[in-house]
Design a protein around this ligand. Sequence first.
Ligand code: ADP
Ligand code: MG
Length: 345
Amino acid sequence: MDVKRTELGQLGEFGLIEHLTNGHSPRNKSTIKGIGDDAAVLDHENFQTVVSTDIMVESIHFDLGYTPLKHLGYKAVVSNLSDIYAMNATPKQITVSLAISNRFSVEALEELYAGIYKACDYYNVDLIGGDTTSSLKGLFISITAIGQGEKDKLVYRNGAKVGDLLCVSGDLGAAYLGLQILEREKHIYKDFPEMQPVLEGNDYILQRQLKPEARRDIIDQFAKSQLVPTSMIDVSDGLASEIRHLCHQSKVGAFIEEGSVPIHPDAYQKAIDFQHDPITCALSGGEDYELLFTIHPLDADKVKFMPDVVILGEIVDKNDGIHLHSKSGRRHPIIAQGWQHFSNS
Ligand code: ADP
Ligand code: MG
């Protein structure tokens, strides 16, 4: 197949930025000035401004061996927007900064930006700037998301109180299992290059890994039911690790019921196939981008009728610790098992 390849050098830095960003005009009225000046100008009027930033490094956070660049662009935006939703706020703008090695062509970056723009369209945010530089090796992407929220409706990690109910949206562990499938196929391919990857029949879990969505719909539900959670965090590093963050910040303990942890049937089956414990995948897998939040017990009726939200457990005194109540009636302490990129233990 003849694939067109334009070297980055042919366009130069300014040409490249121009090429990647022209035609993208702001859609939000809070974006006063987007790309093209020394700085962007925003006006969030009476709202408070919420800002979150993340950096993604090739081979640490993503593997281009099985991640299409368009998906990478989409996911990089979504993971940032998820942090804004986790404040019960609405994302409005993003900036995208890149360090790129000359291994990448202009066409490759067009693919990355196609994913970025797709997410911008879907979530109604404006790309308002960024920075572009070269790297000796690999691709680095840093995205900053900016959003707005009403002062008394922003939800922090530190608001959970004893007696509050702990809730989570969607289902957990599937993205981790999707990653296991992609890693497995990559290794098989390395050893037996003539073999074709076996990806069929795993649509749901692969989608959860390669094209996750942020839970804007849950934030909309909160607004509709006039519910303001007492605390909230997005599940990017695994349920166990997020519960611990929430409890640590709120100075409380918690328990969750094993039987209430939502696991998609496809993820459950795939965990068994891999000889993993499904509950461990749900607790320690990452990149689900669901919302974990607590509510006052008087608001229980409001979440009972919310689609795709379950009550997992309860907030207890700090001295009672953080536990999983197993189906067999045992109490297991929940220990930190989030992804630790720097861990060498
Ligand atoms: P400066 O020299 O002031 O850093 P640049 O030439 O880097 O300006 O950027 C010119 C404009 O293009 C700015 O508005 C900047 O925010 C935007 N920009 C630069 N890189 C990117 C990128 N990768 N994606 C989107 N916008 C970008
Ligand atoms: Mg610059």
